[in-house]
Design a protein around this ligand. Structure first.
Ligand code: CTP
Length: 405
């Protein structure tokens, strides 16, 4: 509903991923948006203007002048017409031009004239994407207030594997929807998100941990920020997975440290989403020096319970009316069904919503995609279909936002 009636310019540049722009245009039109396609000359060699014109129900423009009818495509008027502009795919060349104010074609001239928000969805080969000049151009475009839609990771058209893939059309649509959604719903709300694994030290070099990467929690933080919320991300042991400006990242490597960080920030939060994989136990003793192999049988590991941070929040809410979301990573029952465990955990934890994921066999942990169920205390059960973690994050916020006071 957020995209209905919105005027969107879809810029398409010369990348093999240009075929995906047809799907993006279709999704936007289906959502009720008015779409104007503007292509670079190179883009027309990858996908025909006829395809994009048919899907968008408007001529796909690529030149300043339509020579056959002598019609002038006014870049200033196009820039003023749009509520939003997205360039997908955006090649390294177009990013470089836009970052430096060059405008030798209609698309880059419209970009320079546009008064609306602009998003870039880059697509290129791994090494081009990683090149310091491309990264600097992306930083510059961000600094100018543009949105950069995360690239995907995987097999690239070159045959290499890595970062640089155009985000999936459904993900791009979701980012644009989030853009419009934030105005009525999440602006100014404060949210607290936990992400990633804790590590419970055995000695200075060893720990008890788990396979969580933190990607789902970081995606929740990014989407919340896109929607205009003020975000605190309490991160366990994760890499820096890219928080947008304004996300306050607090490192908390152990369950005890995470409990303190959550307690510190939760009093101000309208919603708390506990995506972290917190260790349930920690060693009773942490050796000051590295434990040596020795000749004797190893001593049994003595463990003690960690605080249950989520249960603590529910039992003693730091802020009335706060929405609390838990996660449950489950291997399922004998049939692999995770729902019975999820329902039991929701009842036990008493939170408002619980996201249930299947784990094991390469699912959920250490991957970029996810799927699961969203269970509500009031009995609702919605499937979260397989998709990127950003997409799942959007669906989770779609459920949380209407519950915010
Ligand atoms: N959690 C928490 N503190 C802990 C353990 C878990 O806050 N010490 C939170 C997690 O962040 C998650 C939810 O509780 O949101 C469920 O975590 P999970 O490990 O699945 O739950 P457990 O209570 O540990 O249940 P299980 O017996 O399945 O391990």
């Amino acid at each position: 509903m957020y995209l209905n009636g919105k005027k969107i310019i879809v810029g398409v540049t010369g990348s093999i991923a240009a075929y995906k722009s047809a799907l993006l245009v279709r999704l936007l039109v289906k959502a009720g948006a008015e779409v104007q396609v503007i292509m670079t000359k190179a883009a027309t060699e990858f996908i025909t203007p006829l395809t994009l014109a048919t899907l968008s129900r408007r001529p796909a423009l690529s030149a300043y002048v339509q020579n056959d009818v002598g019609e002038w495509n006014n870049h200033v008027a196009l820039g003023l017409w749009a509520d939003l502009m997205v360039i997908a795919p955006a090649t390294a060349n177009t990013l470089a031009k836009c970052a430096n104010g060059l405008c030798d074609d209609l698309l880059t001239a419209v970009y320079l004239s546009a008064r609306c928000p602009v998003y870039f969805a880059p697509a290129m080969d791994l090494d081009m994407f990683r090149h310091p000049s491309t990264q600097q151009n992306l930083d510059r475009l961000r600094a100018y207030g543009n949105g950069i839609i995360e690239v995907g990771t995987g097999e690239l058209a070159s045959g290499l594997t890595g970062v640089g893939r155009l985000a999936e059309p459904e993900d791009i649509r979701q980012v644009l929807q989030n853009h419009f959604a934030r105005i009525p719903v999440a602006r100014g709300k404060r949210v607290l998100i936990t992400a990633g694994p804790t590590q419970e030290d055995l000695d200075p070099v060893r720990f008890l941990g788990n396979r969580s990467s933190g990607r789902q929690g970081w995606a929740l933080a990014r989407v919340a920020a896109q929607r205009g919320a003020r975000v605190t991300l309490v991160a366990g042991h994760t890499a820096d997975l890219g928080a947008p400006a304004g996300v306050d990242v607090v490192a908390a490597g152990t369950a005890v440290a995470m409990e303190a960080a959550v307690r510190g920030a939760a009093a101000d939060a309208d919603a708390v989403v506990m995506a972290a994989a917190v260790a349930d136990f920690r060693p009773v003793d942490t050796a000051a020096d590295k434990i040596k192999r020795g000749d004797a049988e190893p001593a049994p590991l003595r463990l003690t319970q960690n605080p249950d941070i989520l249960a603590g929040l529910v039992a003693d809410p730091p802020r009335p009316g706060q929405v609390v979301v838990g996660f449950a990573a489950e291997t399922g029952d004998a049939d692999g069904d995770v729902l019975p465990h999820g329902r039991a955990k929701l009842a036990r934890k008493g939170c408002d919503l619980l996201v249930v994921n299947a784990v094991g066999d390469g699912k959920a942990f250490e991957t970029t995609d996810n799927a699961g169920w969203l269970l509500a205390r009031d009995g609702g059960e919605d499937e979260l279909p397989f998709g990127s973690k950003a997409l799942l994050a959007s669906r989770i916020w779609d459920a949380v936002v209407p519950r915010l006071r």
